[in-house]
Design a protein around this ligand. Structure first.
Ligand code: PMT
Length: 216
């Protein structure tokens, strides 16, 4: 790992979960801790890149030399990324963005009523696809969090979202992936793939950054 790998490059990374509000006190979210995305930000800084995070709500310190923009919802994350993307060479989508949000955010706390209730959800825009589709866009890297047929789904996600690279993360194993210290992933690009053996997220992040630097 050389500290000049991404010298002069600008890297934008999404990290953490999003929160999709139901009412003033409740939301829909997931178990992303932000650790993988923050480790990628540290690795990008160490590789010499000017590094920016767009982060959902997490409990982590912002890595040194990283500019961090905090957001809550998928719509806020998209808006912030759209503001920043023109100024970036490499975009890494590590955030676990909610695919759906409540159709309506109630202005008052929802009262307990019937024994069953139904939530209407609407699809969120896809942030990484939007970035990948932008004209003269950055080298775009996505993640694929899957619980089965991991490599198959990851490769089709890469094609469907027009990504330059995708990182397949088997999240059926709770000792890796969401909210754990370690990870084990396969990095796929149009002409090949490489599996990164189980290691802490800092080590995985450095290997991912190295692969990005070599393939962009
Ligand atoms: O945060 P940690 O606890 O360290 O956990 C790390 C992680 C498991 C969250 C991370 O390694 C990971 O896999 N992140 C992607 C999680 C995810 O939502 O994957 P997905 O397969 O649903 O989404 C595919 C890709 O599209 C991802 O790059 C995602 O950021 C992006 N996406 C998804 C939906 C959406 N509306 N907008 C997006 O940009």
């Amino acid at each position: 790992f050389s500290s000049g790998l991404l010298a002069g490059k600008r890297v934008l990374i999404t990290a953490g979960p999003t929160r999709e509000a139901l009412d003033p006190v409740r939301y829909i979210s997931n178990h992303s801790s932000g650790r993988m995305g923050y480790a990628l930000a540290t690795a990008a800084v160490d590789a010499g890149a000017r590094t920016t995070l767009v982060s959902g709500p997490v409990n982590l310190p912002v890595p040194e030399h990283v500019q961090c923009h905090r957001v809550e919802s998928a719509l806020e994350m998209l808006e912030k990324c759209q503001q920043l993307v023109a100024d970036c060479d490499i975009f890494i989508a590590c955030a676990a963005v909610a695919d759906y949000r409540p159709a309506q955010v109630q202005p008052q706390k929802i009262k307990k009523g019937d024994d069953t209730t139904t939530l209407e959800l609407v699809k969120n825009p896809d942030i990484v696809s939007t970035v990948a589709a932008s004209e003269n866009g950055p080298f775009t890297v996505g993640f694929a969090a899957e619980t089965r047929d991991v490599l198959h789904y990851a490769r089709s996600k890469m094609q469907r979202k027009s990504l330059d690279m995708i990182i397949a993360n088997d999240v059926s194993d709770s000792s890796i992936g969401f909210n754990s210290a370690e990870n084990e992933v396969t990095v796929l690009w149009p002409g090949g793939e490489q599996t990164l053996a189980r290691a802490n997220k800092a080590a995985i992040a450095r290997q991912i950054v190295e692969l990005i630097a070599n393939h962009r």
